[in-house]
Design a protein around this ligand. Sequence first.
Ligand code: MN
Length: 257
Amino acid sequence: MGNKQILITNDDGIFAPGLAALVSALTGLGDITVVAPLSEKSAVGHAITISDPLRVQEISKDNRFFGYAVNGTPADCVKLGSRCLMPVRPDLVVSGINLGPNTATNIIYSGTVSAAAEGTIMGIASIAVSLASFHSSDFSFAAGIARRVAGEVLQRGLPEGTLLNVNVPAVSPEEVAGIQITRQGRGRYEEAFDKRVDPNRRTYYWLTGKRMILDEEPDLDDRAVLENKVSITPIRYALTDESFLGELKTWDFSLQE
Ligand code: MN
């Protein structure tokens, strides 16, 4: 049996420090192939590219081959990487380490989590890792967590269709209050549009938002991170509302008038 094949990607782009930290952390767990967007693709969700060509660029760092940059989305990177750029299909997809948390409602918009979701669609065990800060440059603790989780997943596997969404608080290791298995919260940003004027006196808008936690339950992802805990949530995309299915069947949708 050969080495485990690991595909590493992200949504912050191939030059992001969080990606480099993840690559270092997972070195030794298997054969690593980096396939990541050429430029930042945060909040593109699960978008894929179907109307434009995908081009691949080989990127070197310190005169050594580092990985493949793709002019597409994180989901494109997982599809193209595992089908065309890796020698064999990966055993594991790891996406991150994202700069900024991916908890609660943000999961839907997240390119980081969507890359992992793409892995699960392809039947590959997948993990998303995010650091809960938009400006920290210290990925070392999160990288250690990523390695622990990746090692465990390689050993145990995951249920088909389920990914692990890992969020790490941006505090010093001594301040971390443990690891909590969580559920997705329903918290969302309190959003506002900053209305501005460009040099040509045309109005433009920039989406801004501040954090808002809506739920009080103790085992939610956003709350765990707020309490300086590492949050690990098993996520699966099954969008049917089972609780409403029965009632909807009683509605009158008959084709005859
Ligand atoms: Mn990002």
